[in-house]
Ligand binder design. Structure first.
Ligand code: SF4
Ligand code: SF4
Ligand code: FES
Length: 572
């Protein structure tokens, strides 16, 4: 049913059941919010979004208030403005005044609200909260003193990731967001996805930064610094600096990293090609042997951690191939080092990635050889932008240069693997190449949704069709896995799971500007970059094939799959 409400005396048509806040947004009225998040349950916790409703004594929170016929509301009355300003003043009353030292300085929602409400003096003084930052996790830093108790992190961790590593503990003015038993995040069931960082409005959650470690390596004359660029990083780099989405972006980024002091810059896309090639070979072998269970992707480190923690029975189905980051790290510290008479100790490998989980991955014991880590540091896109600004590197008119050989070019699959469903398509393309019976047979890939809402695609190769399914975020992944478990007729041969809501393009290490609009835009850039790639699939990447021929000769009897094999922890 539709009816009228009156917003600042203007009649407005609305639908029964709608909440006031989205209605106001639709009509272009800006209402400040703090705890509200699109697609998550509204809590009405912060009261920033209050408006005045005629006939009501109290102001109402527009994010939780459903519209009623003939409702008359005022969105910016003096009473409303005073209330919002007082809320900000109260939040600031016990906030540590260290904006100048805060990682979110200039990008803090509380700071913005204070400026918007014209808060220019401290009216309320309350006791500062005596919390010490928690640096225990390899990926996420928590500073409860800066927390405004908006519960966004709690809802993302619970509703989207179904992890619940953090929650509210204690009551009234002692309330705080913490992990179980108030112990460090390192011993919680956190999967290091970093999604809580991307939604936190303040500096209460941030990266365990690698900037100082990388700066120290760059300044150490003994160290040779090797940067690995993930194609998803090139996408966000193009987006951030407004560059045309074409292959030169990778080249510009290469020049930037050389200016920063990098010895060599490699395209991680080539390791993505190799990862996809080996996974497709394993899948083809399983299909030939008639194995019914699906192969599940294992390149998302947070998904691997989720499987190990919450569903150890699934780990037997995970692809045994290392993630592209670890494959390239291992290749560099072993084969490249031997080839170039380098000591692995003098090599410092830095992975540039949109992934916070990658920071956890490099600390896994199986990702080190004789005590030497395969990858020494992970720089998220947020940190990369920070380094560029810190070194005052001007991107405009920056010439492009080629990434270094032998890992100079990846195929379009590297960009595809950046968004949800992309890796499934990439594996399907390689599988088709391995299984097709006639050279002229065309690749037919039909993505869609099953009647139960599961995202899947069918590939016809010869007389058989193969089903691929994928999900991003653990809420969706759990729905997919439960569906497959209970549906006896399922024919899915490959499952792709990514922890972040639209894959790496919405990764926990992306710039803090949450929203589906951003993800859609990055996917568009990704697809543009795919079109501009020299090689569309891994098996046509001549540089990869040349490299593999040389590596295979050196390996002798050892297979590539053994070289890049990894294991999983069973934490039942
Ligand atoms: S990193 Fe992910 S799993 Fe860990 S607390 Fe944050 S949202 Fe939860
Ligand atoms: S840590 Fe950040 S997101 Fe979580 S409740 Fe506090 S302010 Fe909100
Ligand atoms: S945004 Fe509505 S109560 Fe917080």
């Amino acid at each position: 049913m539709e009816f009228n409400i009156y917003i600042n005396n203007i009649p407005t048509r609305v639908k029964e059941g709608e909440l006031l806040l989205p209605v106001l947004k639709r009509f272009g009225i800006h209402i400040p919010t703090l705890c509200n998040m699109e697609d998550f349950s509204p809590t009405g916790a912060c009261r920033m979004c209050v408006v005045e409703v005629e006939g009501r004594k109290e102001l109402v929170t527009s994010c939780t208030f459903p519209v009623e016929e003939n409702l008359r509301i005022k969105t910016n009355s003096q009473r409303v403005m005073r209330a919002r300003k007082s809320i900000v003043e109260m939040l600031l009353s016990n906030h540590p005044d260290d904006c100048l030292y805060c990682v979110r300085n200039y990008n803090c929602e509380l700071q913005k609200l204070a400026s918007e409400m014209h808060v220019v003096e401290r009216r309320f003084h309350t006791e500062k909260r005596p919390f010490f930052p928690d640096h225990s996790s390899p990926s996420v830093m928590r500073d409860a003193a800066k927390c405004v108790l908006c519960s966004r992190c709690v809802r993302v961790c619970d509703e989207m990731q179904e992890v619940t590593a953090i929650d509210f503990v204690e009551r009234s003015n002692q309330t705080v967001v913490n992990s179980a038993f108030k112990r460090g995040l390192n011993i919680s069931n956190c999967i290091h996805c970093g999604q809580c960082i991307t939604v936190c409005p303040t500096g209460a959650l941030s990266d365990i930064s690698a900037i100082d470690t990388v700066q120290a390596a760059l300044g150490d004359a003994r160290k040779k610094v090797y940067f690995l660029i993930s194609p998803s990083v090139a996408v966000s780099f193009a987006e951030h600096f407004g560059l045309k989405p074409q292959k030169e972006v990778m080249g510009v980024l290469t020049t930037v990293l050389k200016k920063l002091g990098g010895t060599k810059v490699f395209d991680l896309g080539m390791a993505i090609d190799l990862n996809i090639t080996l996974e497709a070979e394993i899948l083809a072998q399983r299909l030939r042997e008639g194995i019914k269970e699906p192969l599940i992707s294992s390149c998302c480190p947070s998904w691997v951690k989720y499987a190990e923690t919450f569903m150890p029975e699934t780990t037997a189905l995970l692809s045994p191939i290392r993630s592209p980051q670890q494959m390239l790290g291992k290749m560099l510290k072993e084969h490249y080092a031997n080839e170039n008479q380098l000591s692995a100790d003098d090599m410092f490998v830095v992975s540039l990635t949109p992934c916070v989980g990658a920071r956890f991955e490099i600390t896994r014991p199986e990702m080190a050889q004789k005590g030497v880590a395969e990858v020494d540091a992970v720089i998220t896109i947020r940190e990369l932008m920070h380094l560029i600004h810190m070194h005052r590197i001007n991107i405009l008119n920056m010439p492009a240069s080629e990434p270094d050989k032998p890992f100079a070019v990846g195929s379009a699959l590297g960009f595809k693997a950046g968004y949800s469903g992309g890796k499934s398509e990439a594996i399907a393309q390689e599988l088709y190449h391995l299984l097709k019976t006639k050279p002229t047979e065309a690749f037919r890939y039909t993505p869609g949704r099953s009647p139960t809402g599961i995202k899947e695609a069918k590939v016809q190769i010869g007389h058989r069709s193969y089903v691929f399914a994928w999900a991003a975020s653990h809420k969706k992944a759990n729905r997919l896995l439960n569906h497959l478990r209970t549906n006896k007729k399922n024919e899915v041969c490959y499952i792709e799971i990514m922890s972040c809501p639209d894959g790496c393009l919405a990764g926990g290490g992306q710039p803090i500007e949450v929203g589906k609009e951003k993800w859609r835009n990055r996917k568009k850039i990704c697809q543009e970059m795919e079109k501009d790639c020299e090689f569309s699939v891994a098996f046509t990447n001549t540089q990869l094939q040349t490299f593999l021929n040389t590596l295979n000769k050196k390996l002798g009897n050892q297979s590539l799959k053994t070289l890049f094999k990894t294991g999983f922890e069973f934490s039942g």
